[in-house]
Design a protein around this ligand. Sequence first.
Ligand code: ADP
Ligand code: MG
Length: 871
Amino acid sequence: MEEAAPCPPPSATIRPIDRTSVHRICSGQVVLSLGTAVKELVENSLDAGATNIDIKLKDHGAELIEVSDNGGGVEEENFEGLTLKHYTSKIQDFSDLIHVETFGFRGEALSSLCALSDVTIFTCHKSAKVGTRLVFDHNGTITQRAPFPRQQGTTVSVQQLFYTLPVRHKEFQRNIKKEYAKMVQLLQAYCVVCKGVRINCTNQVGQGRKSCVISTAGSPSLKENIAAVFGQKQLQSLIPFVQLPPSEAVCEEYGLNSADLPQNLYSITGFISHCDHGVGRSTTDRQFFYINQRPCDPAKVVKLVNEVYHLHNKHQYPFVVLNIGVDSECVDINVTPDKRQILLQEEKFLLAILKTSLMEMFGSDVNKLNVNQKLLDIAGNLKKTLPEETEKPQVEILSDSETESPSGEGKRTMTLSRLRESFSLHQTAESCFQSPKKVKQRQNPSRQLLLDTTVSTAKTQKAVLTKEPENCHKMDSKVSVPSRYLRKSEANADSGFCSISESDAGCSTPEAGSCFNGESAVNSEEEFCSTEEQLQKECLKTAGCSEKSLDCDVQVLGTEPQLDKGNDWTDQRKCSQEANSSSPRVKRFKSRNFKSKADDFEAGKYPEVKNTSVDVLVEVKKKIVPLEFSMKVLAEKVKKVIQQQQKSTETENYRRFKAKISPGDNKVAEDELRKEISKEMFAKMEIIGQFNLGFIIAKLNSDLFIIDQHATDEKYNFEMLQQHTALQGQKLIVPQNLNLTAVNETVLIENLEIFRKNGFDFVINENAPVTQRVKLISLPTSKNWTFGPQDIDELIFMLSDSPGVMCRPSRVRQMFASRACRKSVMIGTALSVQEMRKLITHMGEIEHPWNCPHGRPTMRHIVSLDMISSE
Ligand code: ADP
Ligand code: MG
C-alpha cells in the first residue's frame, strides 16, 4: 500500500495516498513510545557492532534522546539512504529474513523518527578521515551536511519526539514519567543480554545534574550484567536454569509423543529466582525473555514459568532471565511491528522442556538449602542465622566455573541440579561466557535476531496477569493478587459507577476534564478514552471519544428530571405519530423537541429554549413533519405507542436484571448492577426489612434487592480505612540500604509522600552515588503484620505505572480488609430500620460497593415486581 502506484490516478474514488502522507500515517505505528524510540536506536548501534553505547536523555526523553556508539559508522554513499523508508543495509530480499542476524531489517526506524521529530546524525565511518553532521527533514531528506570531527561511530539525536503529531505529543509529555519507566524496563532487557557491550544511560531534568539511569560494564557475563543492572544482591536469590529433556508425564500433558521429539532443537539458558518463600518478587517487574538473545514476549512461556513458580512460592513472582536458543529457521520474528511476538516451531515441546526443568530445579532447590545449612553448622560457620550467610551457598552456585575451584565448601554445596550443571556445561547459562573465544563467537549471534521492540516487559506482565481479572471475579477468591491488579480490575469494573479509580485518575487529559466535569459516568468513561492505547491511534481517538461522549449525552439526558415518565408520556401523546417508529432514545429527543415547541408557541421564547436544550439542532429539522394526519390515525397510533411502550418497559425490566443469584453469574450480576444503579439511587431505596438476621431487603421502584449486611458494611469500612488511614511507622535502629536500581530510586524519591502515608520513611542523601541515595529508616507497624522491602518494591512498581497516585501495597490492603471485617456488623445481628438505612446509604458513598474486600457480593437483584404482576 505504501508503494503508491505510479500510474495516474483514475477517476474512481480509490486512489493511492500520496507518499508523504503515507509516511506520516505509518511512522506513528513504528515508533509508538519513548521505549520504542530508544530501543530502535540501541538496536541500530548493536547492529553496527558497537561495544560502547551511551544514551543521553533530557527531561526523561521528552526533550532529547541521543544515542552514541562506537560502531562501524555510516559510509558516505549511504547517507542518502540512511533515513529513507525501507532502506536497509541488513537484508536484500525476503529470503534473507530466514537467517537475519541483526535486530533491524525493515529500514523503518530512522525514517519514522525523522517523520516524528527533529533528527540529526553525526557519524564517522571506519574508512572516513573526518566525521559528518547530517540534519534531516521530516521526509528523511538531508537538509544540512557538514564535516564534523568525531571518532568512529554514530550518534543519532532525536529532539522533541512526536511533535509532528500534536495530540500524541501532548499525551506523551503528560505521561512522560510512565513512558520513561517503561523505556527503562525495555532497556534493562538489552543491558542484561548484551555481553561485552557497555551501555550507559543518563537523564538530565532541566538544567539539573545528569543522573545515571543504567550503567553496565561491558562484561562478558550475563551474571555480571544482572548485577550491574539490579545490584549484586539480586544474584544471591537466583539459580541457573538447568535444562532437562521433557519427562513422560509432562509429554503426556502436552500431548507429545516422546519417541518422535526433535533432538537438541532448543537450548535454554538463564537464571530464575529460587522458590523459597520471600526470595521472589512481589511483582513481575524483573522478567526478561529472549529468543536467540532477542528480547521478546513469548506469552505462553511467560505464563508457564510463573505458574510453575507459583506452585512452589505461591505469593511471589520470580526474577527471570531466560534465553531460548533455537535454530533461526524455526522462528518467525516478522510477526508484529515491534518484533516482540515471535512464532516458534514445536512450541509445545519447548513448554514441556521448560516445565520439566523448572519442576526439577525447584524440587531440588529445597534440598539444596537444607544441605547447605547443615554443612555450615558442621563447618562451624557461626553466622548461620544471618540471611547473608544462608544465601552464601547460592552465590556459589552462581559463580563462574573458573572461580568454582573445588573448595571443600563448594563441593559440599553440590546438589542434583548442580551436578547436572557441571556435566552439561554447554547447556548452562554461564558456560556461554567462559572463554573469551566463546564470547566472541557468541557475540554476533547475540545480536543476531534482536530487532525492534516496543512495550517490553510491561507486555510480559500483562500476559502473565491476564488471568487475574478472571480470578477476581470469583467471589470467594482471597486477595492474593498484587493490589495493583485488583485495583485495576476494580477500576474497570466500576467504570460505569462514576468513579475515577486511583490508578486511572492519572491518565485523564486536561481536555477530558474540561469537556465533562459532571460527576457522572461520563467522567470515568472519559478517563478511559485517554489511555495509551488510544494514543497510538490518534485519529481514532478523537472519533472514539466523540462516540463515547455521544453515548454519555444520551445517558445524561435520560436522567434529567424533565424526561421522567410523566412528561415523556404527555408529550408523546401530543406527538404520537412521530414517536410511533422510534426507539427510546429517539423518543427522548422527540418528546423534548415537542416540549420546546410548545413552550415556543406559548411564550414566544424560542431563543431561551434553545439555550436550555442541547438537542435543538436535531429537533429543528424534525419539527416540520407533523399535523397533517387525521385525529383517527393519531388516536390509533397513540394506542400503538402505548402498547409498544408497555412492551418495551416490560422487556426492559426483564432485561435489566437477568443474572441469577449464583456464583457463576457473579460477573454478569455485578455488571448489571453497575449499569443500572447509580450512586444516588441507594439513598432512594426503601427498606423492606431484614431477612434471616443477615440480609437487608430493599426496594427501588419495582425492583427488590437483597443486601448482605456484613459484606456491605465491611466494604464501606475498608474503603474508609484505605482512604483515611495514615499508617504509623516505627523507626529502625539502623537505617537500611535498599539496593534499588537507579530508576526505582528515582520513583521512590519522587513519591515520598505516598510512602510516608503507608508508614515507610527514608533518608535521602542527594550527594550519595545513585542507587545508594535512599536509606529506609521507618517501617509501618501493626500488631500482627510486618512489612519490609518487598512492600516497597511493590509500591515502586505501582507508582512507576501511575506516578503520584495514592496506592497501598497489597499486604496493607489485606490488613485493612481484615480490620474492616472485624469492625463490621456481623451476620446474626438484628438491625433497626435506621441501621439498615445507614448501611445502604453508605453504599452510595463508596467507590466500589458491589463486593466486599474479599470479593464476596454485597447486593443482588431478587425480582422485579412488575414482572410478577404482569403475569
Ligand atoms: P534497519 O535497522 O531496519 O535497517 P533503520 O531505519 O533502523 O533500519 O536503519 C537504517 C540503516 O541505517 C541501517 O540499515 C544501517 O545501515 C544504518 N544505521 C542506522 N543506525 C546506525 C548506526 N548507529 N551505525 C551505523 N549504521 C546505522
Ligand atoms: Mg534499525
